[in-house]
Design a protein around this ligand. Structure first.
Ligand code: UDP
Length: 236
């Protein structure tokens, strides 16, 4: 039995790169989709927010010198590309996914309409939320918190390169230890970076727990959904 009926999974764009330095790695996206399939097979309803950092990020690299809002719109469009790739891979693997965009690009994807998203989830379809929040100066972490709250997800699952929240940067400090659980307030008091500040505040206000876990650890997503001790749970 899954521990959650409905989850919001946040994947960073970089998670799709695998060992590559840019773009979408085929083997990696297929592996990720199969992990999502395992949890839908458990009966868990899945909404996904995917980032765009593997293609374009408004605050970095190729955007230097650009008008910030324009760069951010490019970043949002990058998330649409990733969402299409993800949904198409899901289709190839025999799953039913719907992409809903926060920016209208109606020839390509349907717009985000909350009741429709809820209907798809009830029908067992995977909903991929594209174009972040639809606003510049935000991130897809914030989109994950926002959509998670809107669709009544019981938890935001943040898949990252590290397998949880640590007391210090585990790459720099060998004494760093992983928290199994931590309260929002303690994470703030200890200045621990879980999600960006806006996303974090939104989850805290809405009492929406966050679980941080490793995207590179096979089976981790399933263990999280089964309620096993995996990664770090940030709770109220
Ligand atoms: N972005 C935005 N508003 C949003 C979500 C994303 O402007 O609501 C832009 C922003 O430029 C961001 C880029 O899209 O850098 C890609 O998203 P993000 O950096 O969150 O992707 P990730 O790091 O998860 O791959």
């Amino acid at each position: 039995m899954p521990a959650y009926k409905r989850i919001l999974l946040k994947l960073s764009g970089e998670a799709l790169m695998g060992e590559d330095s840019y773009g979408i790695n085929r083997g990696t996206i297929v592996r990720m989709v199969r992990e999502v399939q395992e949890i839908t097979n458990l009966g868990c309803q899945v909404a996904v927010v995917i980032g765009g950092g593997n293609i374009f990020r408004g605050v970095a690299g190729g955007s230097v010198g650009m008008d910030r809002a324009t760069a951010d719109y490019m970043g949002m469009l990058a998330t649409v590309m990733n969402s299409l790739a993800l949904a198409d891979t899901m289709r190839q693997e025999g799953m039913t996914a719907r992409v809903m965009s926060a920016i209208s690009i109606e020839q390509v994807v349907e717009p985000y309409v909350r009741p429709k998203a809820l209907q798809y989830l009830e029908e067992g379809k995977i909903v991929v939320f594209a174009a972040g929040t639809g606003n510049p100066f935000f991130t897809t972490d914030t989109a994950a918190a926002l959509r998670g709250a809107e669709v009544g997800a019981e938890v935001v699952l943040k898949a990252t390169k590290v397998d949880g929240v640590y007391s210090a940067d585990p790459n720099k400090d060998p004494t760093a230890t992983r928290y199994s659980t931590i309260a929002f307030d303690e994470a703030i008091a200890r200045n621990l970076q879980v999600m960006d500040a806006t996303a974090f505040a939104l989850c805290r206000d809405q009492k929406l727990p966050i679980r941080v876990f490793s995207i590179n650890k096979p089976g981790a997503l399933k263990r999280v959904v089964l309620g096993e001790d995996e990664g770090t749970l940030v709770h109220v």
